[in-house]
Design a protein around this ligand. Structure first.
Ligand code: NAD
Length: 498
C-alpha cells in the first residue's frame, strides 16, 4: 500500500513517484548493476512512496567516468559566460517548477510543503543565481617577484570531478548549495543524495539537461552511504568530497579523504546556544526562540536547540515556548493544515525518546511534550514538541545534537557564566544573542565559538553570506566567495622574459 499522501500531489509528481528511482548518469537514468532496491517511506504514514535502486561500484564508476569525460571534453574549457548562462537557465527552471520540487521533498522528508516551497526551493534558486555571477569574475593575479626577467601570474582552475554528498533534511537546497559553486568554478559533479530523499535531486538533474547542460556534467547516484557513498568517495577519479551531514559520517569521510589525499569540506551538526538576555525585547526573542526550536521538527543543523535565558526572563520565555508548541499542528508533508511534520524515521524517533528518558533519569524536567500523538498520526513518526528544563550541562541532552523537536532550556545569571557554558560543548555551528545593549551584543558575538552569530534575529541565511562551523561543526565554508574557493585550485605560471 502506498502512502495516502500521494493523492494530494500534482499529477506530474504522482507519475514521477510511480517510477522506480535509479541513478542518473550522462543525461539518462541508468540500469542498475545489481538487484538491490529499497523503499523510500513517507515518514508521516510509514508507508512506501517509491522504490530506490542502490547504485553499486559499477554505476558509481560509470558516473565518475562520465563526469571526468564531460570535464575533459566540454565543461572545463567552456567559456565562463556560457556556464553563467546555463546556471541562470537552471535557476529559472527550478523557479518555474517550484511546487513540483517542493512536493518531492515534502513527501520524502515530511516537512510542510508550503515552507519547503517558500524557503528551501527559494534558497536553491538563490544559490544558482548568486553563483551564476561568478564564472566571469574568476581572476588570477600578476605577482611582482623580485626578478626583472620573470612574468609571474596565477590562474584559478577547477579541481575536476567533485563528489557532493547531501543529507535528507534539506535535499534540494543542499544539492544546490554544492552544485552551484562547484559547477560555476568549472568542475563536474557526481551527487549522492540521502537514501531517504532521492527524488528532488533526480528531478534537478533532469532540469539541468532541459537547461542545456552537457550530459555528464551533473550525475546523480542513488543509494545508501555505506554502499553507494563509500564507492563514490573512494573512487580514484573523485578529487574533492563536499559533504553535509552528521559529525560521525563527516569524521569518516575526512579520514578517507586524508588517506587518498582528496580535498574535503564538511558541513556538520550543531547544538546551538540561543541566548536571551533580560534586557532584550523579550516578546520578540521568545517568539523567535519558539519558532526556531521546532522549525522543521527541530531536524535542522541550526535549530535553536539550546535555549539559554537570563533567569529573570525565564518565565516569560517558557510561557511563549509552550503556547507556540501547543499551537503547532502535526501532519504529513502535503497536508494543507500541518505546521510541523514527523521525525525522519522510526529509528530517529526512538533515538530522541532515549535522550528524553535519560534526561528524566538524571532529574531534568520535561516541561511539556515528549509523547507520541495517537489517532490519525499514530502510524507516522511523530513526536510532540518538547522542552527539557534545567538539564545539567554535561547531560547528553545538552551536549549532543538530538535532531528532533526538543529544546533544552537553561537559565543563567551573568555574562561570564553564559559565555563559558555556551562555549563548553564540541560543536560551533550557530548561536543567537538577544539584547538591547549594543556593546554587550558585539562582545558576546565575538566570544561565542560559532561560525554564525545572529544578533536580535535568528536563522537568516543568504547565498552571499559565508556559512559553516567552528570545531566539530565542520571544515570550510559554504556560500559567498569562500564557498567558491573550495572548488578551485591556484596555478602559478612563471614565464622567462629573457
Ligand atoms: P548522515 O551523516 O547520516 O548522512 C548524510 C549523507 O552521508 C547521506 O547521503 C548518507 O547516505 C551519506 N553517507 C553515510 N555514510 C557514508 C559513507 N560511508 N560514505 C559516503 N557517504 C555516506 O546525515 P543525515 O541524517 O542525512 O543529516 C542530518 C545531519 O546533517 C545532522 O547532523 C545535521 O546537523 C547535518 N546538517 C548540517 C548542515 C550544515 O549546514 N552544517 C545542513 C544540513 C544538515
Amino acid at each position: 500500500m502506498t502512502s495516502d499522501q500521494i493523492d494530494l500531489a500534482l499529477p506530474v509528481v504522482q507519475a514521477f513517484v510511480a517510477r522506480a528511482q535509479s541513478s542518473f548518469v550522462h543525461g539518462e537514468r541508468v540500469a542498475h548493476d545489481d538487484n538491490t532496491w529499497f523503499d523510500s517511506l513517507d515518514p508521516a504514514t510509514g508507508q512506501p512512496l517509491t522504490q530506490v535502486n542502490e547504485a553499486g561500484a559499477g554505476v558509481v564508476d560509470h558516473a565518475a567516468r562520465s563526469a571526468q569525460s564531460a570535464f575533459d571534453s566540454v565543461w572545463g574549457s567552456m567559456l565562463p559566460a556560457e556556464r553563467e548562462r546555463l546556471l541562470h537557465r537552471l535557476a529559472d527552471l527550478l523557479e518555474a517548477n517550484a511546487t513540483e520540487l517542493a512536493q518531492f521533498d515534502a513527501l520524502e522528508s515530511g516537512k510542510p510543503v508550503a515552507s519547503v516551497e517558500a524557503i528551501d526551493v527559494a534558497l536553491a534558486v538563490e544559490q544558482f543565481r548568486y553563483y551564476a555571477g561568478w564564472p566571469t569574475k574568476l581572476q588570477g593575479a600578476t605577482i611582482p617577484v623580485a626578478s626583472p626577467d620573470s612574468h609571474v601570474y596565477t590562474r584559478r582552475e577547477p579541481l575536476g570531478v567533485v563528489a557532493a554528498i547531501t543529507p535528507w533534511n534539506f535535499p534540494l537546497c543542499q544539492a544546490a548549495i554544492k552544485l552551484a559553486p562547484a559547477l560555476a568554478a568549472g568542475n563536474t559533479v557526481v551527487l549522492k543524495p540521502s537514501e531517504l530523499t532521492s527524488m528532488s535531486s533526480l528531478r534537478l538533474a533532469e532540469l539541468a539537461m532541459e537547461a542545456g547542460f552537457p550530459p555528464g556534467v551533473l550525475n546523480v547516484v542513488t543509494g545508501t552511504g555505506p554502499v553507494t557513498g563509500q564507492a563514490l568517495i573512494t573512487h580514484p577519479l573523485i578529487h574533492k568530497i563536499s559533504f553535509t551531514g552528521s559529525e560521525a559520517v563527516g569524521r569518516h569521510l575526512a579520514a578517507e579523504a586524508g588517506r587518498a589525499l582528496k580535498h574535503v569540506s564538511l558541513e556538520l551538526g550543531g547544538k546551538n546556544p540561543h541566548v536571551v538576555f533580560a534586557d532584550a525585547d523579550v516578546d520578540k526573542a521568545a517568539a523567535y526562540a519558539a519558532t526556531t526550536a521546532f522549525f522543521y521538527t527541530g531536524q535542522v543543523c541550526f535549530a535553536g536547540s539550546r535555549l539559554m535565558v537570563e533567569r529573570s526572563a525565564l518565565d516569560q520565555v517558557m510561557a511563549t515556548l509552550e503556547e507556540h508548541a501547543r499551537g503547532l499542528v502535526m501532519g504529513g508533508g502535503l497536508s494543507e493544515t500541518a505546521t510541523m511534520g514527523p521525525l525522519s524515521s522510526e529509528l530517529q524517533r526512538e533515538k530522541v525518546e532515549r535522550y528524553l528518558q535519560n534526561a528524566q533519569d538524571s532529574k531534568a524536567q520535561i516541561a511539556f511534550g515528549g509523547k507520541r500523538p495517537g489517532g490519525d498520526l499514530a502510524a507516522g513518526y511523530f513526536l510532540e514538541p518538547t522542552a527539557v528544563l534545567e538539564p545539567a550541562d554535561d547531560d547528553a541532552v545538552v551536549a549532543e545534537e538530538i535532531f528532533g523537536p526538543v529544546v533544552v532550556v537553561q537559565p543563567f545569571d551573568d555574562v561570564e557564566e553564559l559565555v563559558s557554558r555556551a562555549n563548553a560543548g564540541n560543536f560551533g555551528l550557530t548561536a543567537g544573542v538577544w539584547t538591547r545593549d549594543g556593546a554587550k551584543a558585539h562582545s558576546v558575538a565575538a566570544r561565542l565559538k560559532a561560525g554564525t552569530v545572529w544578533v536580535n534575529t535568528y536563522g537568516d541565511f543568504n547565498a552571499a553570506a559565508p556559512w559553516g562551523g567552528f570545531r566539530a561543526s565542520g571544515l570550510g565554508r559554504d556560500c559567498g566567495p569562500e564557498g567558491l574557493d573550495k572548488y578551485l585550485q591556484t596555478k602559478t605560471v612563471w614565464m622567462a622574459l629573457s
